[in-house]
Design a protein. Structure first.
Lengths: 378, 234
């Protein structure tokens, strides 16, 4: 009877295509929106993730997220270095100066000033140049998206100059840094030079980066630093999540995406449910005839479930293919760089759509199960 | 042994003041090797009676035996399996599945019994050939005339070689010529010494195909007669 169920399903082309479209469209929207949302939120922690050299971030006690910093005292660096279990600790500066180009373009930039001696926190994914070139005087590394913003339509080329707070610097490298939530160009420089890009303040130490000694976990070290120095110390993962949480709690982004997700679910449920129900309603006489002939309710149930499964499988397949295509094309759009289709989103939405289709078909299924075969004579 | 043996069947629909008694102690038999017609005005209870005979509807009281087997002694599942194995149906509106070909429609009872699809379709195609529409075996029911659709429905009723065939107004949707042709086929292919055919019909133009005619009115069988007697009234 599986064959009969299959033929019944595809026999009504318009409804079949309508069902597939509803499921595929909902799947695409859900996968797309949940993945874009996750990618966007992930950006809130990308600058932290990009610093692969340190496991623990030390900051002012009330710091909520990466983009909100309060300068530490120079002595705080020494305090951290004195905590048992610290293998090394270096300073890092974070500023938001305006960068100007010779052709008049300008943009606020996120500048990270790295420890002069070690360059810990330098970008490791370079498109052009070498991160070690930062040891050259008046040099910076800029990310590709930032370069394209400041030098629109121009080829990537090293040696171009930028002016930051009256300081002329040369681009010695172009990085493929993970995009930040704020979309500012990301500039890496040495600590002592980066201080000059921003107006001088009394204290200019944004973070201390630390790595634990062998045998000490980052979580344990973060706790020790907090307890010993009174500063806030978080592991890289904890700091990323704190930054993501800040944007989740303090922006309307989750609500915006949430509404789209809910609408996608409703569209999927209503359209596929209604189409399924109409499909069964229009075939009720035929289902009645089958029951009269001696097809059991169990077989009927199997037929409807098979039809649901087939619609789910093909619809979700199409939807996922659309999502995969979108996320394969998105890297070519600079604003969407590094956006990926999360496998958790793909699998989660597929499983959720199975539930949606099960719900959608249940109304028709109940009608078939309750159908009195004697109705076929009326 | 009768193919169908109904004793004192009673059936009501509704409750309280809206209760309607549709069958009032019906006794009805259909013999093997015969085509028995059940005739009467609309609303007299014919459809309810054949639904009870087929096990599609339960009676309030009385008993139904098919080939000596009491339906009430079977579980609900066994009743379905009994129906699948021993009963064939021809409906007034054919009730063919538009998504299947004529041969596949005729093969549905074999599919339901779990027969291999190719074998089932082959058997159904052979039967369609015997009923004179083998050349339309691959056609969709939508492309068939009413007479051709009813032949496909007839093939569906016969393909699994059931012992009782129940036909509900098989000629009601057909013109006289097609109706005559379908009844001829029913008479020649369905009537068999160990098989019975029960036909519900209004169509007095086909009464001459019956071996026996049971007249119903207001929930009771008023009289039973042979077609020669019936014809002599006209």
């Amino acid at each position: 009877m599986t064959y009969v169920a299959f033929r019944m399903l595809i026999g009504d082309r318009a409804k079949y295509i309508g069902l597939l479209f509803a499921v595929a469209f909902s799947t695409f929207l859900l996968q797309n929106q949940t993945s874009i949302f996750s990618n966007l939120m992930k950006r809130a922690g990308n600058q932290i993730r990009d610093v692969t050299d340190a496991d623990v971030w030390v900051m002012a006690p009330k710091t909520s997220y990466f983009d909100q910093t309060k300068a530490l005292h120079e002595t705080d660096l020494q305090k951290v270095r004195g905590v048992p279990g610290v293998d090394f600790a270096v300073r890092i500066f974070k500023g938001l100066p305006i960068a100007n180009t010779p052709n008049g373009q300008f943009a606020a930039c996120s500048v990270l000033g790295l420890d002069d001696a070690t360059l810990l926190g330098a970008p490791r994914n370079m498109i052009q140049g070498d991160w070690q070139d930062l040891w050259q005087p008046n040099s910076v590394i800029i990310d590709k998206a930032g370069y394209m913003l400041l030098f629109p339509g121009e080829k990537l080329k090293l040696g171009r100059e930028l002016e930051l707070n009256d300081q002329l610097v040369k681009i010695v490298g172009i990085s493929d840094a993970l995009p930040a939530f704020t979309t500012f160009p990301l500039i890496h420089a040495r600590f002592t030079e980066a201080l000059n890009f921003q107006g001088r303040q009394r204290q200019q130490l944004s973070f201390v980066l630390a790595r634990p000694s062998k045998g000490v976990s980052p979580e344990e070290l973060a706790l020790r630093i907090s307890q010993t120095t009174g500063l806030k110390a978080l592991t890289t993962a904890q700091f990323q999540w704190a930054s993501v949480s800040y944007y989740l709690k303090n922006t309307g982004i989750p609500v915006n995406f949430g509404i789209t997700v809910v609408v996608s679910i409703i569209v999927g449920l209503v359209v596929s449910g209604q189409t399924f129900y109409l499909f069964i309603l229009e075939n009720l006489k035929q289902f009645g005839a089958l029951k009269a002939i001696g097809v059991t309710n169990g077989t009927m149930l199997g037929m409807v479930l098979f039809q649901s499964f087939l619609v789910w499988f093909i619809g979700v397949g199409f939807g996922t293919a659309l999502s995969a295509t979108f996320f394969n094309i998105s890297p070519f759009v600079i604003a969407l760089r590094h956006f990926i289709l999360f496998w958790e989103s793909a699998v989660g939405v597929a499983a959720f759509m199975l539930l949606v289709i099960a719900l959608a078909s249940s109304a028709g299924l109940i009608r078939v199960i309750r159908l009195q075969p004697a109705e076929v004579f009326r | 042994m009768n193919a169908v043996d109904c004793q004192k069947i009673e059936k009501s629909f509704g409750q309280g003041e809206t209760q309607t008694k549709v069958l009032r102690g019906i006794d009805f038999t259909a013999a093997q090797g015969e085509m028995t017609f059940l005739v009467g005005p609309s609303g007299c209870g014919k459809t309810t009676l054949i639904s009870i005979i087929a096990g599609l509807l339960g009676s309030d009281s009385g008993s139904v035996s098919l080939f000596g087997e009491s339906l009430s002694s079977l579980s609900a599942r066994d009743q379905i399996l009994f129906r699948r194995r021993h009963l064939g149906f021809v409906f007034q509106q054919y009730n063919l599945l538009p998504a299947l070909t004529a041969a596949e429609n005729a093969a549905v009872p074999l599919f339901a019994a779990g027969m291999n699809r190719k074998l089932a379709v082959k058997k159904a195609t052979d039967l369609l050939g015997a009923l004179g529409i083998g050349h339309r075996a691959d056609a969709s029911p939508r492309l068939l005339s009413g007479g051709q659709q009813q032949r496909v429905a007839l093939a569906r009723a016969l393909v699994h070689e059931p012992r009782l065939i129940i036909c509900d107004e098989p000629t009601a949707a057909l013109d006289h010529k097609s109706g005559e042709s379908v009844m001829e086929l029913l008479s020649s292919s369905a009537v068999h010494p160990d098989r019975a055919v029960v036909v519900v019909t209004h169509d007095n133009r086909v009464f001459h195909f019956a071996h026996r005619i049971a007249h119903m009115d207001d929930g009771v069988i008023t009289h039973t007669e042979s077609p020669t007697t019936q014809l002599s009234h006209h």
